[in-house]
Design a protein around this ligand. Structure first.
Ligand code: KG4
Ligand code: ZN
Length: 348
């Protein structure tokens, strides 16, 4: 975790301070956001080092680690924001979708905070919060848009209206793209999470070294499939072990990444054209990927579509997006009961 620093901010008595809490997977996150768009603190305690030796998130370990960290992370978020707990107007917490044990820790902490401070609780959808990270980064974004969420658990396309009503139009039929990154990195012995390390290595590689098939580009729907590219990479390298030599890793990973990104960009642009919108919002951990950002920028320019992607720190799991989305519920007085449940899966 980053060093704790106290900061002085100008406070107005009408300011609304929201404490955001996010523990849906393996990052323990807390943030204080003022008036829905001013991030005063954004603390993320990563468990990557712990899960790395297992090659992926172990749910039981994740929830225990959240339990150990949640109090520390919340205190640090308040301290960094220069805010007393008595100044918090409401707590906004992710309660769906995610790992149940992990969600329960965040939800439990949020409820306890609300109970003792006698303030209302807000529960938010993690996926909606990822999309909302775009609005937090760029408050001017308005109107109908196609939204792509690419993370460790999701690769889905949505159409959303001006009121932020969201309807799914496609999803992965097997692995999420982040999952494919993580599984390939594990196979290649590159550690966990796979996305950032493959992103880095692939920068020096030739994306045309292997021409992997771009799955489902002709499927006529908005679904994705990523496990085929992963399997093709494994078969190919098992048949040609030389390809696994250190000097070929950049080319192999660049080729996988090019195929995955091509499909994501192609189908998202197709959705925007077919749904007649000139706006695309991309979010989720994989939206941090440098090739994906670059290719979306090119495709957006060529198709006269504005493509929005939040800064990298708002693409990854964080509680600022949860607090900011919570503000929208706060102004509409959409509160949850302290008996609110958590859900591993959910629709919008
Ligand atoms: O949104 P997120 O932080 O957590 C989930 O809700 O899943 O996304 C995590 C996923 C992991 O699969 C990780 O490997 C991937 O995002 N990821 C990346 C990059 N940074 C994180 N994938 C590709 N390139 C990156 N730079
Ligand atoms: Zn996420």
């Amino acid at each position: 975790m980053a060093e704790v620093k106290e900061i002085k901010i100008n406070k107005n008595k009408n300011d609304i301070y929201i404490l955001g809490i996010e523990t849906s997977c393996d990052d323990t996150c807390a943030s204080v956001v003022r008036n829905g768009n001013d991030i005063l603190s954004n603390v993320v305690s990563s468990q990557n080092e712990i899960h790395e030796k297992y090659g992926g998130v172990v749910p039981e370990i994740a929830s225990r680690k959240h339990l150990e960290m949640i109090d520390i992370v919340i205190k640090e978020a308040l301290l960094k924001a220069g805010i007393e707990s008595s100044q918090i107007s409401t707590v906004s917490v992710t309660n769906r979708p995610g790992l149940l044990g992990s969600l329960l820790v965040g939800a439990g902490a949020a409820k306890a905070f609300c109970y003792f401070k006698n303030i209302p609780l807000i529960t938010v959808n993690h996926l909606k919060a990822h999309i909302y990270a775009n609005v937090l980064a760029n408050p001017g974004i308005k109107g109908r848009a196609i939204s792509l969420i690419v993370s460790g658990g999701h690769s889905s396309l949505y159409i959303m209206d001006e009121e932020f009503n969201i309807k799914e139009i496609g999803h992965t039929v097997d692995d999420a793209v982040g999952e494919a990154y993580d599984k390939i990195a594990r196979y290649l012995g590159l550690g966990y999470p796979g996305g950032p390390v493959i992103d880095k290595i692939a920068k020096n590689g030739n994306p045309q070294f292997v021409n992997f098939t771009r799955p489902m580009t002709q499927s006529g729907d908005y679904n994705f499939s990523f496990s085929g590219i992963k399997t093709a990479l494994i078969y190919l390298t098992k048949k040609n072990p030389d390809m696994l030599k250190e000097e070929n890793l950049a080319d192999i990973t660049a080729s996988f990444q090019a195929a995955a990104v091509d499909v994501l960009v192609m189908k998202t642009i197709k959705a925007a054209r077919e749904f007649k919108t000139d706006k695309i919002l991309v979010s989720g951990g994989v939206a941090a990927n440098s090739r994906l950002r670059e290719q979306f920028e090119i495709a957006g320019r060529e198709n006269k579509i504005s493509v929005h992607i939040p800064p990298v720190f708002l693409c990854m799991d964080n509680a600022a997006m949860v607090a900011a989305l919570g503000y929208q519920h706060y102004i509409k007085k959409e509160f949850s009961d302290l008996s609110a449940d958590v859900f591993s899966r959910t629709d919008f």
